[in-house]
Design a protein around this ligand. Sequence first.
Ligand code: FES
Length: 120
Amino acid sequence: MTTTITICDTCKREGWDATSGATDGERLATLVEAAAAGAPGVVTRRHSCLMGCAGACNVTLQAPGKMAYTLGRFEPSAESAEGIVAYAAGHAASPTGVVPFREWPQAVKGHFVTRHPPLG
Ligand code: FES
């Protein structure tokens, strides 16, 4: 089943340079999209504001019938993006969306904000 990574494209971290030409969220989105290209069971989309602004940069992981997660406090870096996508691939492969801690990429540890049980 496909896992969707939603990347907030309006996130700005503390100290964001308004003259930089892109938000931190846009930079992270571009990196996640590149990392997700060809990743099995993972798609991406952008959304403006996930209401976690103080903890930028934020992403969510969702799939029908599975546990959903919000992760935040990411820097817009390739390491972050690769960790998010690797975790999403594990989420996609898991029947419940729960990925065993021993399989978590280092880059997502300490970044979990919320989880939401599936409806129904
Ligand atoms: S701007 Fe990203 S969560 Fe609000």
